[in-house]
Each structure stands twice: as C-alpha cells, then as structure tokens.
Ligand binder design. Sequence first.
Ligand code: ADP
Length: 349
Amino acid sequence: MLKNSTPREIALLASLTIGGAILGLSLLLKVVLFSAVSWFAIGVMTVGATGFSYLVVLTYLDRYIYRKIKLIYKTIHSQKISTDIKKEGVDLDQPIIDDVEQEVEEWAENQQIKIQQYERFAEYRRRYVGDISHELKTPIFNIQGYLHTLLEGGYYDEKIAMSFLKKAAKNVDRLQTIVEDLGAISRLESGELILDTEVFDIKDLALEVLDEVDLKSKEMKIELGFKPGADTGFLVEADRESIRQVLVNLVTNSLKYGNPNGSTKIGFYDMDAYILCEVADNGIGIPEKHLPHVFDRFYRVDKSRSRQKGGSGLGLAIVKHILEAHQQTINVRSSPGLGSTFGITLAKA
Ligand code: ADP
C-alpha cells in the first residue's frame, strides 16, 4: 500500500497513527484511571504530537529516501548524478518508490538486452574467425604441398614443375579473392560503405557488366543477353559502383554454376515504386533446402564446384549487404536442373 504513496502521504499516515495512539492513551488515562489531565491538555498533546511526528517523519523520509535513491542512481546510471536531483532532493508529492522501481526495472531490462547482444556478438566473432581460418586453410595447405613437392625434386621435372606452379598460382588467386571479399564484407558490416547515390540507367550498367564478363562467358559457352521487354532504359537511384558489384557477382555466379551452351538473361520489370532486376540462368540450380542459406557467409551448395571455380563463398553475402545498405531486397527462385533466377529491387528515380 505504501509503495504507491508519496512521502507526504506516508508522513501523514504515520503522524496520524502516532496522534491517534496518544489520544487513545490520554483517553484511557482520563476515563479509565480518572486522571486529572484536562481535555485542553489532551487536545494540545494530540495536535502537537501529530504535527511534530509529521515533520520528523517527513524530514527523515526526505533524507533517507534521497540517500537510497542517490545510491540506486549511482549504480544504474554510469553518469554522475545530476545537479538538479542533488539540488532538488526528493519531490515529496511524488510516489517516489514506484518511480524508482520502474526505472530500475527498465535499467534491468536494458542490461539484459545488452548482455544478449554481447553474447550474440561474441558467438558471431567466434564463428567468423572459425570460418575464416577454415577457408584459408585449404589454399594454404595446397600451396604448401605444391611448393614442398617442387623443393623435394619435382622442380627438375619440367612437366611437374609447370603443373604444380600453375596449381599453386591458382590457390594464391583464391587466397586473394577470399581476402578481398573479406575486406568488402567487413567494410559493409562496419557500416563504412557510404552510399554515393545517383540516378542512372540500370540497363546501361548491365550492358557494361555483360561486356566485362564477355570473355569468360565465351570460354564457358554461355550466351549472355536480355529478356524481352528490356529494350528501353530504366532509371534507378542507387550507388552505381555497389550495384555494379552486385550485378558482377550475380552474372559471374550464373556462369560458374551454368551449363555449357546455356544462357544468362537479365530482365527489368517496372513495379511502381521500384524496378525489379532479375538475373536468370538455366544452369545447375539450387535444391530448395539450400535456398534460405545461399546468402549466408561461406555457404556453398556445391563446395567442390565453388572452390574449383575460385569462389570465396562470400559473393552473395556481399550482394545482400549492399542491397540492405540501399534498403532494398534480394530473392532467389531456383530448381535443380532448370536454373536459378536472382531478383533485386532498386529504387525508381
Ligand atoms: P561462391 O563464391 O561459392 O560462388 P556465393 O556466395 O556467390 O559464393 O554463392 C553461394 C553458393 O550459392 C554457391 O557456392 C553456389 O553453391 C550457390 N549459387 C550461387 N549462385 C548460383 C547460381 N546462379 N546457380 C546455382 N547455384 C548458385
């Protein structure tokens, strides 16, 4: 009951109780024991005791509560107690205990959230370091193996020397890709990517990207092109360089996981508020159970194919980060044997 009361109410209650007790005692003395105490004296005593106890209790509560509250505030707030609180002391007309209890509860909840965040972060770091060391281990072991074989005599066999040097060089390239992609991911995750948004034609950018990968697509005998309806331009507002990276990663993947004599087509769809840009291939496809994970860091459906093609397992994670930085989305539809379609949204200019 007292918890919701103000200090003034508590003091009033206490003083009325004391006054009542004194009145009761005096009446007992006068009526039962026929004492000579006058009614006037009883009245003065009762009123005096009530008033005095009211002041004493109020002063005590003010000091006591203030000291306790100061302690609580010192514990739950990292900053120094504000001079306002110091100057003003306790507001005697506020249910102060209730207020403090609420503040302490809020503080405890915030602490709990912070602890959970720290735990998640620690787990994330543990997994991150584990993933990186796992990823780096394979190419490093391979390079080590090739170099030792060469040193142990393979160097003198021209055929072995050339083949092993080429393999070692390929693994060095893979290391480089992993390190570069890790750099990109950490820049994105630390929020270092400052979007330099501009209005541009997404079709022009797609043409540049297709041109960039033209040689690779010819090597893999995969035809590149646009879907019907993509003949006009589509103006979007985004960071052009980041979106170039997105398209490069998606188109490169369509080649890496495409079939010889297959095709990769880019389509654009006007969706009122945004433009949907799709990269579709008729390659190996992705089984349904893997679809929710393909944007996870280092997740690979076909590990050996990804490694053989020099993949870092970070391409789609980078793509997702870039789109999230733009507050846009990415989705995938895929069927094994039929192919995959990755769709991204972009703000319409
Ligand atoms: P990687 O470097 O391994 O290509 P990504 O993050 O780009 O890493 O892709 C993750 C995984 O998703 C790939 O290893 C591959 O298994 C699958 N994947 C991505 N794009 C395609 C695609 N177009 N067709 C089939 N599988 C794909």
